[in-house]
Design a protein. Structure first.
Length: 395
């Protein structure tokens, strides 16, 4: 697929330079940083970067993103061969604002990504155009996109205003050509109805081999509460408490930062968002986010690690004062508790799905919702990477 896209990219780059911006031919473009290889056990990979306008007019959409990112992750993970899911963020405003862009690199630690998303607030802006080109450039060139043939790599550019074309910077025709060369699809989502945004948003999607969506200012996403959210959120917190981390002090410290991100979202995210996260974490696609690295209970249950082979300093603090037989009993008990909690969440998530399906049906199907539009785009585009989606969007 990437060989085919290379040819398309070369043609698109030439046409964009000649037709739209002849000055690009003379520009010195900064080189890409090294692309990190994301190692997996042969599973397909879905890399998703959301490029999100965080200027003053985008408050409702930012709140929608905070509510819906877990449902989007669940949708992405619902392919027939469950992929590894990584998500990244680029927040953008404009020059002379508190920041022009802020980058959260691609990661399968969605808790940490979400903890950063929680801090995003709508502010800044001023004149209508925004720093779209800089944000798009960062998404294409400053993310650790995977190098693997069976990978769906996609950008969703979300905003309500056109790009500044008067800045001396690399502009979107050239950036889109670079994305195609890398095998990255660019979809654009225009929020609201600013007339001057329609043409560039449509053009970026066309050059990026993606789709253009236009939604209301708040995003048109399905965000129902259900009678099952409270219990799922509570079970999800208990599921997090079954985690134990081992390894070097550096490895354990890294996982403590993940635990801190988890605690932050439990304290600050809505019940509905925490329930959506619980549904995701109890699924096969959510395993990496739930466990992180060097998680002892899973490693012990799978036989990958034997407790008596670990140095005392490598053990979690909770186990270091225990006798060997107590250690094994404690970890085995946590493994059983985890399996039971996951089974409860999965059962409740089926009840939740049924409730939501009825609500969506009563609302007329919501074919114009952002959820459905995203799903339709993902289903078609990810098919080229060998991923098959059949279940519809998760809500």
């Amino acid at each position: 697929m990437k060989t085919k896209l290379l040819g398309i990219a070369l043609f698109t780059l030439t046409m964009a330079a000649v037709v739209y911006y002849p000055q690009l031919m003379a520009r010195n473009v900064p080189a890409d940083p090294p692309i990190q290889q994301h190692l997996t056990s042969g599973k397909p990979i879905v890399d998703v970067v959301f490029v999100l306008d965080t200027t003053g007019s985008m408050g409702d959409l930012i709140q929608t993103a905070k509510e819906k990112i877990w449902s989007i992750a669940t949708t992405m993970a619902s392919a027939q061969q469950t992929p590894d899911i990584r998500i990244g963020l680029v927040a953008y405003r404009d020059r002379n604002d508190a920041y022009e862009t802020r980058i959260v690199d691609l990661s399968d630690d969605l808790d940490s990504v979400y903890a950063t998303l929680m801090d995003f607030e709508a502010n800044g802006g001023g004149d209508t155009p925004e720093s779209v080109n800089k944000a798009l450039y960062d998404a294409v060139h400053n993310m650790s996109w995977t190098q693997q043939d069976q990978a769906y790599q996609v950008i969703f550019l979300v905003g309500d205003a056109p790009p500044h074309m008067d800045y001396d910077e690399v502009q979107y025709p050239e950036i889109a050509a670079s994305a195609l060369e890398k095998g990255i699809v660019i979809n654009t989502i225009q929020c609201g109805d600013i007339p001057s945004a329609v043409a560039p948003w449509t053009q970026i999607a066309s050059l990026g081999n993606g789709d253009f969506f236009q939604v209301e200012q708040a995003g048109s996403a399905v965000a129902y509460s259900t009678p099952f959210d409270e219990e799922i959120a509570s079970l999800s917190a208990r599921l997090d408490d079954t985690r134990l981390y081992f390894g070097t002090e550096e490895e354990k410290a890294k996982m403590q930062s993940k635990v801190a991100a988890t605690e932050k979202l439990h304290d600050g995210a809505s019940v509905e968002a925490r329930a959506r996260r619980g549904v995701f974490n109890a699924s096969a696609g959510g395993r990496a986010n739930l466990l992180g690295d060097n998680e002892l209970v899973a490693a012990f249950a799978s036989g990958e690690v034997k407790l008596d082979e670990l140095e005392e300093d490598a053990l979690p603090a909770a186990l270091q004062a225990m006798a060997p037989e107590e250690q094994e009993a404690y970890v085995a008990e946590l493994a059983d508790e985890r399996a039971d909690i996951q089974a409860q969440i999965r059962a409740l998530s089926q009840d939740r799905d049924g409730f939501l399906a009825k609500k969506v049906e009563e609302a007329g199907g919501l074919k114009s919702s952002l959820d459905q539009k995203l799903y339709d785009a993902v289903k078609e585009q990810a098919g080229e990477a060998g991923l098959e989606y059949e279940d519809g969007p998760a809500y």
